[in-house]
Design a protein around this ligand. Structure first.
Ligand SMILES: Cc1cc2nc3c(=O)[nH]c(=O)nc-3n(C[C@H](O)[C@H](O)[C@H](O)COP(=O)(O)OP(=O)(O)OC[C@H]3O[C@@H](n4cnc5c(N)ncnc54)[C@H](O)[C@@H]3O)c2cc1C
Length: 526
């Protein structure tokens, strides 16, 4: 390997996890760290203005994926993924949720992820967190990741919380406290009204370190193996293929789509599939790309009266107000409020999360705001259905085949039916009702089961939380062991949302950051 640059660690992907690793590993001045990012800088205004996140969809800042046609909805689903410094933490809706204690205990007890029970991971959530309101034994206050109450809350969001309480949910001001259940306003990963991505929180503070090299527009194409040891990464930058050598470890943080794709491209995965693609099998690992799952969401939308729509602020004057004060409707993260609850009695933890938005937000926000509106979306957070990711080509520039198999398990669909029924009831009760003019989507809310099911099929979308494709554990299908080392390969770990054997109940940015915080300790520990 002549004229190659040599590092100790080569990290692939500067997203939620990769930026954490880059910071924590380069804190040791003796460690030479290379961070490769396929996208460019996080340099668009819309990245930093919370309410503008969906305007980044289908731009150069987005990988712009699409699932295969889903058998149980009859539709292909658009899947945005951030392609820039910060990855999805630069395009997401900024909601700060950790998940339920039982999620992590389940990783340990049902998947053999020793060391990842809730009590083990809580210190890493806290190490990351700089909560501006909450403290005590469950929250961190001086970590890199700013967590704050939004600087703008629309009256519809507060009214929805009141109505949900009126309907029977308890009010909470901390979804990450002792109990996850209840209705309330979400905290966000923002700092003084602006997005606070992992590029802001972890990468920029480390950029002046001489031992950290960051390459943007550098897309990894293959892990270089010598026998069963990962020794480097090949990548394309400006059309030129280069190889960086890793004397210590290669760390894949490309996310739940790209990390399994890169393993497959490197000959690590299900042997038969690799052979079909004409790829030499380096290490047969049947679980790579399997276990893909996501949180499906489906909304109910009303037109409103006697109030504003948060989209009304998307004017030059609204922008000037935001830029001068970092306040006003553009400081909204759109998904301002919500709830966690169970649609059936007797569950040990919530199976449903609600996201509400003081605007029309359906079809990933691509619809023009033709009327002033309000959306509440049921989000299934205890998902039984499992799909998979496969290569369509051995060409690393091709997108992979993505199949989350939404609703493959009928229980998932049943839960969604109950979830939407609850949202219709909440809309009819309490403080919210006076603002709701009439049903907008579907056009009537007096629906029999057949009509509601059809609404769900036509209006399911991703809540943007794919995980599980390089699952951690000890079983046959595990891809990484509990220290996140790829099984059967030396010098290679996966550190991102793909290692989660089961998606936590809630939004996945904070859990991914936690994974990377813990991984940094595991890596430094050898
Ligand atoms: C629209 C949207 C809204 C969301 N809203 C929320 C929310 O409100 N709250 C929340 O908690 N979570 C939210 N999420 C989910 C959350 O942001 C993700 O789960 C989390 O960021 C995943 O982190 P990651 O490190 O696994 O991957 P990513 O953050 O996607 O990082 C992967 C990085 O690797 C780069 N990369 C990929 N392949 C290569 C390659 N071959 N070579 C070099 N670089 C590569 C990518 O460009 C990217 O920068 C949202 C996600 C999206 C897309």
């Amino acid at each position: 390997m002549a004229d190659q640059e040599v590092f100790d660690y080569v990290i692939v992907g500067a997203g939620s996890a990769g930026c954490v690793l880059a910071n924590r590993l380069s804190a040791d001045p003796a460690a030479r760290v290379l961070l490769l990012e396929a996208g460019g800088e996080d340099d668009a205004d819309a990245i930093h203005i919370p309410a503008a996140f969906a305007t980044l969809f289908k731009t150069k800042y987005d990988w712009n994926y699409e699932t295969v046609e889903q058998k149980h909805t009859g539709k292909k689903e658009y899947w945005p993924r951030g392609k820039m410094l910060g990855g999805c933490s630069s395009i997401n809706a900024m909601i700060y949720i950790r998940g339920n204690r039982l999620d992590y205990d389940g990783w340990r007890d049902s998947h053999g992820a020793e060391g990842w029970g809730f009590d083990d991971v809580l210190p890493y959530f806290k190490r990351a967190e700089a909560n501006q309101r909450l403290g005590g034994p469950l929250h961190g206050t001086d970590g890199p990741l700013h967590v704050e109450d939004r600087r703008f809350t629309h009256e519809l969001s507060s009214a929805w919380v009141d109505s949900a309480v009126n309907w029977g949910l308890k009010r909470t001001d901390d979804f990450n406290g002792e109990s996850q259940e209840g209705a309330g306003l979400y905290q966000v990963t923002c700092k003084k009204g602006a997005r606070w991505s992992t590029a802001d929180a972890y990468l920029r503070p480390a950029l002046s370190r001489p031992n950290l090299t960051v390459r943007t527009n550098a897309q990894a194409t293959r892990v270089v193996l010598e026998g069963n040891r990962a020794v480097g990464v090949s990548y394309l930058q400006n059309g030129v293929e280069q190889t960086a050598r890793a004397e210590s470890e290669v760390l894949l943080s490309g996310g739940a789509i790209n990390s399994p794709q890169l393993l497959l491209l490197s000959g690590i995965g299900p042997a038969e599939h690799l052979r079909e693609q004409g790829i030499d099998v380096a290490v047969a690992l049947p679980g790579v790309g399997e276990n893909l799952h996501d949180h499906p969401a489906s909304g109910i939308v009303w037109s409103t009266r006697g109030t504003t729509d948060v989209a009304d602020a998307a004017t030059p004057a609204g922008l000037v107000r935001y830029q001068l004060t970092k306040r006003g409707p553009l400081a909204s993260n759109i998904g301002e409020a919500g709830a966690f609850y169970s649609t059936v009695d007797g569950l040990a933890a919530p199976n449903m999360q609600v996201h509400v938005a003081p605007t029309l937000f359906y079809d990933n926000g691509f619809r023009e705001p033709t009327v002033k509106g309000f959306t509440s979306a049921a989000t299934l957070v205890d998902v039984a259905s499992r799909g998979r990711l496969r290569l369509k080509s051995s060409n690393p520039l091709w997108k992979p085949e993505i199949d989350p198999s939404y609703y493959a398990e009928p229980a998932d669909f049943d839960a969604m039916m109950s979830g939407l029924r609850s949202l219709i009831e909440i809309g009819r009760s309490g403080a919210l009702a006076k603002f709701l003019d009439k049903p907008f989507l579907p056009a009537t809310h007096d629906l029999d089961d057949h009509a509601l099911a059809e609404h769900i099929r036509q209006n399911t979308q991703t809540l943007y939380h794919p995980v599980g494709t390089c699952a951690m554990g000890t079983g046959e299908q595990a891809v990484v062991d509990p220290s996140l080392k790829v099984r059967g390969v030396d010098g290679l770990r996966v550190v991102d949302a793909s290692v989660m054997p089961v998606v936590p109940r809630g939004n996945t940015n904070a859990p991914t950051i936690m994974v990377a915080e813990k991984a940094a300790d595991l890596i430094r520990g050898g």
